[in-house]
Design a protein around this ligand. Structure first.
Ligand code: ADP
Ligand code: MG
Length: 614
């Protein structure tokens, strides 16, 4: 292939303005959604309280954005359409601490050069408005218009004069989907502003302004945009440290989704999709997520504007932080800390039983571990009622003891003060060798014993590891374990992690390891089998998705492989011990793979099953 520069050269010359504008437009205006973004951001910068967006044919036919913001003076309309004209900054100093969404002065001229374009605007108190029309970048003179407060911008026939770009526009459904997602993001970013998005005759999004004095406009806006379910399965988060603060909601790990479509992050009111921030949140979920699943979150970061550069990306989606490590660690810790609270402790206060007469959650809803608890803990719609006096007490908590039918007829009230203090209740039985059944003060609990034990072990070992004191136990006689040569290599490559985990091992031969010490917590396990299983998991990369850091990954694997297996029968004492450990363990609501560890069926739900109290 011949380099383009060879052959008869064209003379060097300055490109006509129109072409320059069109080339520049390519950076800012990629598709209809970019037009919507720039226009709505301008409205927000103009202090609008109400923004109406009307779209036709996926935005290719028409995009009209109407606001009630400050408006543009007739004398400035033409300037607003020239390149690099902005009212938002005037010096380099302004740029360093910019708080408006726009500041490059590129959007309006870019749009005007690739569409049939019109602005009508008026300033409050002025007795006339003004309008200006542009076609493919050619401006007509400013003309008078009816008085108004605010601005309406119309962009018609987008890319009509750039067929090459037009070809890249996708189907109406795809483009309108992108527009909707964008408006959702902006509406979440600015709960104090009313938004309406219509496509043709259909209203796609309607989010009113919060009632004056509403205590939590953000919560109401999240419910309006994402639906109520999101917050029902989310934990609130609010933390601050020095120049940074974060607030919002993070989805319970058990409510994680197959797609990463519910992740919203705002920095000083600007929607961003910044990799550093997304990674920090992801890391906060590192060992509570079912692999391949994505958490939902709506997070609002406030950071001193001089510590963040928003001018690192033409669409300003990526940011540059003065101290990115600090921001990353702050966010990661905040998420991790909030998630550590997902343990069954809260149940004690959830002796608050939902009013059986009120339309409660459906039978499926309350059976999700964590989610139920989260909802009851953070929402005040649950009513606290005195504990039921007629709860049926199973004699001696031994399922094998004969059932005392007389107890059914007894009207004597049975109150067990002990139970109220045990969120996960008292073990009654093991079901199918998989689940522990426990009675609580307000219903019953089912625990997946393997999943629960795995989490308990993992957290225990992780604490020791992080404290640098993994209790290790020397074997009476060294144990030799036969592995395939590449497995031996693999273990020795990660020797530091194995040692940190409490193992002491070395190569005996190309296909044999000798183990001298093991983690004390695992001393009673079949070490050879455990070692083989762990090597296999690590080689397959199991765990890589959800556990971070090789050492934690190894612990996760060890915990999973040594946690009680299905079909091992447990005594009631052992089951009770497991329940107590869960209550004391961070993140006990889900196993290392993100599966729930327990579920609850409340008395109210049991009553519903048997039509009691109806
Ligand atoms: P930028 O937003 O980067 O300043 P734009 O090209 O988007 O650049 O807009 C140019 C200028 O036009 C803005 O700085 C602002 O003064 C004015 N403007 C644009 N849209 C509006 C609006 N909806 N209301 C009031 N002024 C606006
Ligand atoms: Mg702008």
């Amino acid at each position: 292939m011949r380099p383009a520069a060879s052959g008869p050269c064209m003379p060097i010359r300055i490109l006509p303005d129109e072409l320059v504008d069109q080339i520049a437009a390519g950076e800012v205006i990629e598709r209809p959604a970019s037009v919507v973004k720039e226009l709505v951001e301008n409205s927000l910068d103009a202090g609008a309280r109400r923004i109406q967006i009307d779209v036709e044919q996926g935005g290719i036919g028409l995009i009209r954005v109407r606001d009630d913001g400050s408006g543009i003076l007739a004398s400035e309309l033409a300037v607003a359409l020239s390149r690099h004209a902005t009212s938002k900054i005037s010096s380099q100093d302004d740029l360093a601490g910019v708080v408006t969404l726009g500041f490059r002065g590129e959007a309006l001229p870019s749009m005007a050069s690739v569409s049939r374009f019109r602005i009508i605007s008026g300033v409050r108190g002025d007795d006339r408005g003004a309008e200006i029309v542009a076609e493919g970048g050619t401006l007509s003179p400013v003309a008078p218009a009816a008085p108004m407060t605010g601005t309406t911008v119309e962009v018609r026939d987008l890319f009509y004069n750039i067929p090459a770009r037009r070809k890249f526009v996708r189907s109406v459904a795809t483009e309108i989907g992108a527009i909707l997602r964008l408006v959702e993001r902006l509406a979440l970013a600015r709960p104090e502003v009313a938004f309406r998005l219509r496509h043709g005759e259909r209203t796609l999004l309607e989010a009113g302004a919060p009632a004056s004095g509403a205590s939590d406009a953000r919560a109401a806006r999240i419910d309006a945009v994402l639906g109520r379910e999101f917050r029902e399965h989310a934990l609130p988060l609010a933390q601050a440290a020095g120049p940074i603060a974060v607030s919002g909601w993070i989805g319970a790990p058990t409510a994680a989704r197959a797609r990463a479509d519910l992740q919203f992050c705002f920095v000083n009111g600007r929607p961003v999709r910044d990799r550093l921030l997304m990674n920090a949140v992801r890391l906060g979920y590192r060992d509570v997520l079912y692999h391949g699943r994505h958490p939902g979150y709506v997070l609002d970061l406030a950071i001193d504007p001089t510590l963040v550069d928003v001018n690192a990306h033409p669409q300003k989606l990526e940011l540059r932080f003065r101290d990115s490590r600090q921001v990353h660690d702050f966010l990661f810790r905040a998420v991790e800390r909030a998630l550590a609270a997902t343990r069954p402790l809260g149940l004690a206060s959830a002796a608050a039983v939902p009013d059986p007469d009120a339309p409660g959650p459906g039978p499926g809803a309350s059976a999700v571990a964590g989610a139920d608890w989260n909802a009851s803990r953070f929402e005040s719609r649950l009513v606290v009622m005195p504990r039921r006096a007629d709860s049926l007490r199973v004699a001696e908590a031994d399922p094998r003891a004969g059932f005392d039918w007389r107890a059914l007829r007894s009207t004597e009230s049975v109150l067990d003060p002990e139970l109220a203090e045990r969120p996960l209740g008292r073990a009654l039985a093991q079901l199918h060798g998989i689940y522990v059944l426990a009675e609580t003060s307000d219903g019953l609990i089912l625990v997946d014993m393997h999943a629960a034990h795995e989490r308990v072990l993992y957290e225990q070992m992780k604490r020791s590891l992080d404290a640098g004191s993994m209790p290790s136990q020397r074997l009476l006689a060294p144990l030799s374990v036969a592995l395939r040569p590449h497995e031996v290599d693999h273990v020795l490559e990660h020797q530091a992690e194995w040692e940190a985990a409490g193992f002491e091992l070395e190569r005996l031969s190309p296909s044999e390891l000798v183990v001298r010490s093991v983690p004390a917590a695992l001393a009673r396990e079949d070490i050879a089998a455990l070692l083989r299983a762990a090597v296999e998991d690590m080689e397959n990369g199991d765990g890589r998705h959800h556990l971070d850091g090789a050492a934690h990954r190894l612990l996760g694997t060890l915990a999973c492989r040594s946690a009680i297996r299905a079909h091992r029968s447990l005594s009631l004492a052992e089951m009770d011990a497991l329940l107590r450990q869960m209550e004391a363990t961070d993140r006990a609501d889900q196993c290392n793979h993100g599966r729930p560890t327990w579920a609850r069926i409340g008395l109210a739900e049991l009553d519903r099953l048997f039509l009691r109290g109806r």
